[in-house]
Design a protein around this ligand. Structure first.
Ligand code: CTP
Length: 404
C-alpha cells in the first residue's frame, strides 16, 4: 500500500511516543521506508536505539552535529521524504510550527521542508482545549498541514477527554488515504453517510437517545473514502474520531441530520447507518424541568425519516440508497418490509437484540437485502463489514446497468 514511499517521522516528546515504535514497524510492513528525527523530549520516552532498530536507519536528533550535517543536513532530510509525519505532535512543537520557530532539528526541518506535513497530536485534554493550542492548530491547518486526531478517551496522564494519539491503524489509514487521493474505484464519486445516535432534547439538560456507538457508520465513511469517494459523514454524538479525509458534520437531532443530509446532496451513493431517534419531544422545555410534584408527561412527535426522504425518486436521489435495519426479531422479514416501505435500494439488516453485542460492539452479523436477493454475511469486524459494503457499492456504481 505504501511501497516506495519515504516517510520522515518526527517523534516529539509525549507519553504516546512509544506507539511510534509500532507505527514504524507497520509503515515498513506496508513497504514504506521510515527515517526518524527524535526531539530531545522524544528521547525521554523512546530510545534512539529502539527507533534505529525498528526503522533500520540512523536516527537524527542534533541540529548542529558535525556528523549529522556532514552525512545528511536538515535541508536534505526534509527534501528526501514524500511525507513529513509528526507523531506525537506535542502542543509545543505545533506552537513552533505555527510561529515559524526553528530552534532544533525537528522544528528547523519542518520549516525547511517543501513536502506535505501531517501531524498526529497527542497531549493532555486541558492543553488541547486551551485557546492557544486551538489557535495554533487552526494556523498550521490553514498553512496546509494535514491532521489526524486526536481521539477522545482515557489519557496517559490519568485524565479523560480529547488528546489521545490516534490509533496506529488510523494513522496508517490516513497516510494511505493521502497517497491514494484521487485514485480508487470510487474516485470522482460522492458518498453521503449517516452515523451514530441522535439526541432529542427534553429540556436544556435532558435528552432522548439510543445506544448506537457510530462505529459502523464511521467505518463505512472511512471505507468509501479509502476507495476514493469524496465522502460526507453526518453524525450524531459519538466517541468515534472523525475519519481522516472525510467531511464531517456533527449534529444532535434528527431534524438537524435531515437538513445536513439534504445540504450534502448531490451524492452518487447514500448509506444511512445512523440510529435516528424515531420521536422527538413536541415542545422541548426552554428551562430545566423541575421536580415539583407532578410527573411530567412528554408528548412525542415523529421525526422525519431521512432514509425515506433520500429514497424519494426525484432528480436529487442518489443512484444507490442503502439503509440499515436494526431488528430484534424476524430480522430478515422485517428488514425486507422496511426496504420496500422506505424505498431504498439495499438494506443491511442486523440483529441488535440483547446478547448479540452489536450495539456498541466491534462486530456485526448482517444480511444484505437487495431487490432480488438476501445474502447472509458471516460475523465480521465492523471495519470488514464496511470494506465489503464499500466494495459492493463501488461495483454497483461502476456498472450502472446492474441497478437492483
Ligand atoms: N432512519 C432514518 N430516519 C429515521 C429513522 C430511521 O433515516 N427517522 C433510517 C436508519 O438510518 C436506518 C433505517 O432508517 O437506515 C431503519 O432504521 P430502523 O431504526 O431500523 O427502523 P425505523 O425506521 O426506526 O423503524 P422501526 O423502529 O419501526 O423498526
Amino acid at each position: 500500500m505504501l511501497a516506495d514511499k519515504h516517510i520522515l517521522l518526527v517523534i516529539a516528546g509525549g507519553v504516546a511516543a512509544y506507539k511510534c515504535l509500532d507505527l514504524i514497524r507497520r509503515l515498513r510492513e506496508q513497504g514504506a521506508s521510515v527515517r526518524c528525527i527524535l526531539t530531545k523530549g522524544g528521547s525521554q520516552f523512546v530510545t534512539p536505539l529502539s527507533v534505529a532498530s525498528l526503522s533500520g536507519e540512523k536516527v537524527y536528533s542534533d541540529l548542529f552535529s558535525l556528523t549529522d550535517e556532514a552525512e545528511m543536513g536538515h535541508i536534505r532530510l526534509s527534501r528526501e521524504a514524500d511525507l513529513v509525519l509528526v507523531a506525537p505532535a506535542t502542543a509545543d512543537l505545533v506552537a513552533k510550527m505555527a510561529h515559524g520557530i526553528a530552534d532544533d532539528l525537528a522544528s528547523t526541518t519542518l520549516l525547511a521542508t517543501d513536502k506535505p506535513v501531517m501531524i498526529v497530536p497527542s497531549m493532555n485534554v486541558e492543553m488541547w482545549d486551551k485557546p492557544a493550542t486551538q489557535r495554533n492548530m487552526a494556523t498550521v491547518e490553514r498553512d496546509g498541514v494535514l491532521r489526524i486526531g486526536p481521539n477522545s478517551g482515557d489519557l496517559a496522564c490519568g485524565e479523560e477527554g480529547a488528546g489521545r494519539l490516534a490509533e496506529v491503524d488510523e494513522i496508517i489509514d490516513g497516510i494511505a488515504g493521502f497517497f491514494s487521493a484521487g485514485t480508487g474505484p470510487l474516485a470522482g464519486k460522492r458518498a453521503l453517510v449517516t452515523s451514530g445516535p441522535t439526541h432529542e432534547p427534553i429540556d436544556p439538560v435532558r435528552y432522548i437517545a439510543n445506544r448506537s456507538s457510530g462505529k459502523q457508520g464511521h467505518a463505512i465513511a472511512a471505507a468509501l473514502r479509502r476507495l476514493g469517494a469524496t465522502t460526507t459523514l453526518v453524525t450524531g454524538p459519538t466517541n468515534e474520531a472523525d475519519p481522516w479525509g472525510v467531511t464531517v458534520h456533527h449534529i444532535e437531532t434528527a431534524e438537524q441530520m435531515m437538513l445536513a443530509c439534504t445540504q450534502a446532496l448531490p451524492a452518487d451513493a447514500a448509506v444511512c447507518a445512523a440510529a435516528v431517534g424515531d420521536w422527538r419531544v413536541a415542545t422541548s422545555a426552554k428551562n430545566k424541568i423541575k421536580k415539583n410534584g407532578a410527573t411530567p408527561i412528554l408528548e412525542l412527535v415523529e421525526n422525519p425519516d431521512i432514509l425515506a426522504g433520500l429514497s424519494v425518486r426525484n432528480e436529487n436521489r442518489p443512484q444507490l440508497v442503502v439503509g440499515f435495519a436494526a431488528e430484534t426479531e424476524n430480522v430478515v422479514a422485517y428488514a425486507q418490509q422496511k426496504r420496500a416501505r422506505k424505498g431504498c435500494d439495499w438494506i443491511v439488516a442486523n440483529d441488535v437484540s440483547v446478547g448479540t453485542g452489536v450495539m456498541g460492539g466491534d462486530h456485526n452479523k448482517v444480511h444484505l437485502i437487495t431487490s432480488n436477493e438476501t445474502t447472509a454475511w458471516p460475523t465480521m469486524n465492523k471495519i470488514d463489514v464496511a470494506d465489503k459494503l464499500a466494495g459492493l457499492i463501488a461495483l454497483h456504481l461502476g456498472a450502472p446497468t446492474t441497478k437492483s
